[in-house]
Design a protein. Structure first.
Length: 455
């Protein structure tokens, strides 16, 4: 029987779902799958993006783990495509590759002052509080008043993590250094800014409600933002999500405020203009232009400029994919150019045989974990149908890739290693009644996973 040797690069939900769907697919050939990730632990943004106080979503890891534990997929963690492994290597040892490398970078926001000290990317902050091994352990939480730009769920995550009393995060898996830094934070006011109105936000109702339930935090919304135009009224009347969001926001308008020690402000119709430095050269205020509905669901500037004093600003205006060596990349959209997961050669006209994409690197950084499943189904159906154009590897043996990585001195981690790290983290949390405490330094993760930590 023909055998498909498949490499999947990226062990986030998209890569794991793709492997699972292919293995469950009725097909006329055998399959063996190797899953590579540059992190020593799998699960991508479910481990390093989803907020620690969202244990229900983090619980998706249990389902992903069941797929890996079935034993028919090999994992090679701590292997970076483009450094430890190239596209030519994969062509030597596999019939095809699926890239599911997601997105970890912040999308840029090109306004004056965006690089001032005190201005941060939301994605960097997320990586810090979720204990990503490649980010600094220290985070300067020294601001009393903070701005968060963006009206999506990541902006809400960032604002919530900044405003939430640190002790309420203690039962979660946050690393100790994150707890200590949040506990010492002097923040009193977090201001979230969106360019458009309440009827155009991208928050999900559940996440919005959640910020309203934070202990010792007042929600502040401003009456001037609720003078809806016809397009907003129509959006509220026709979409249940928008209707719920409007209801939640209007309930907050009626709430008594003034007792809490922290405040979370939601400002709508505010278009970023510039970040202004104080005499010490650090961020001192954020300047924005008030906008108004343009009658067609968008907004236009009003010419009225306002400023808020802030010592820190986080832009949470989206994520962006990163290019991979030797793989076509759409610089504008931050994705691998593709047709339903079949990767285009440079120029977007011809399909590159044997190369596929799925998840955020295929579609762009929007959508929930569940969406990566339907994505994977589409990509896999092409892969299966494309049998005639798969690569013909010189050495498709399963041992060959192990030998290659060993010959390059790559300290890869495998499924048993992940189990060891997982158990280690759970054991660290146990004495404190916590689900787990994450191990953050990469070398420590690798040592534990490779049984080199003396345990
Ligand atoms: C802050 C934040 C919060 C979120 N919260 C939720 C939520 O509450 N609920 C929800 O449903 N969705 C949430 N999402 C969305 C969800 O995380 C994504 O839909 C999903 O993770 C995308 O999956 P993916 O596999 O495409 O990418 P990722 O999860 O990013 O996985 C990509 C993997 O590829 C690896 N990789 C990258 N480059 C290389 C390379 N060169 N070599 C080898 N490996 C590489 C990475 O290490 C990573 O493990 C959130 C996203 C963010 C950013």
């Amino acid at each position: 029987m023909t055998k498909l040797r498949l490499a999947i690069v990226g062990a986030g939900p998209a890569g794991i779902y793709a492997a699972d769907i292919l293995l469950k697919n009725e097909r006329a050939f055998d399959v063996s799958i190797d899953l590579f990730d540059h992190l020593p632990a799998p699960y991508g943004l479910v481990r390093y993006g989803v907020a620690p106080d969202h244990p229900r979503i983090k619980g998706i890891i249990t389902a992903l783990r069941e797929v890996l534990d079935r034993g028919d997929i090999r994992i090679f963690g701590n292997v970076r495509f483009g450094v430890d492994l190239t596209l030519d290597d994969l062509k030597q040892h596999y019939n095809a590759v699926i890239f599911s490398t997601g997105a970890v970078r912040d999308a840029s926001l090109d306004i004056p002052g965006i690089d001032l000290p005190g201005s941060y990317g939301g994605a960097d902050f997320v990586s810090w509080y979720d204990g990503h091994p490649d980010y600094p352990r220290e985070w300067p939480l020294d601001a009393q008043s903070v701005a968060v730009l963006g009206n999506g769920n990541v902006a809400l995550d960032v604002a919530r993590m900044l405003a939430k009393p640190a002790d309420d995060l203690l039962p979660t898996e946050i690393p100790d250094n994150v707890y200590q830094a949040l506990k010492a934070s002097p923040v009193t006011d977090v201001h979230v800014f969106g360019r458009r109105g309440p009827a155009q936000v991208k928050f999900s109702p559940l996440e919005l409600r959640e910020v309203g339930e934070l202990r010792d935090v007042d929600m502040i919304v401003y009456d001037e933002d609720f003078d809806y135009d016809e397009a907003s009224k129509a959006a509220i009347a026709s979409n249940k999500q928008v209707m719920v969001i409007d209801k939640v926001l209007n309930q907050w308008r009626e709430r008594e405020v003034g007792q809490a020690s922290r405040r979370l402000h939601l400002h709508f119709y505010a278009s970023p203009v510039e970040l202004v430095a104080g005499p010490d050269g650090r961020l001192a205020s954020f300047r924005y232009e008030r906008t108004e509905p343009d009658g067609a669901g968008g907004v236009r500037g009003t010419g009225e400029f306002r400023s808020v004093e802030v010592q820190a600003l986080y832009r949470a205006v989206g994520y962006f994919g990163s290019p991979l060596d030797g793989v076509p990349f759409d610089e504008k959209r931050g994705v691998i150019p593709n047709h339903e997961g079949q990767v285009y050669a440079e120029g977007d006209t011809e399909i590159l045989p044997g190369v596929y994409a799925t998840g955020w690197i295929k579609r762009g950084p929007v959508g929930l974990i569940g969406h990566t499943k339907s994505d994977a189904m589409e990509t896999i159906s092409h892969l299966v149908n494309d049998q005639a154009s798969w690569w013909s590897p010189a050495d498709p043996s399963e041992q060959s890739i192990v030998e290659l990585l060993q010959s390059r001195g790559v300290e890869y981690t495998d499924l048993d290693g992940w189990h060891a790290l997982d158990e280690h983290e759970i054991a660290l949390g146990e004495p404190q009644g916590r689900a787990r405490i994450k191990v953050v330094p990469r070398d420590e993760m690798v040592q534990i996973a490779r049984g080199q930590n003396g345990s």
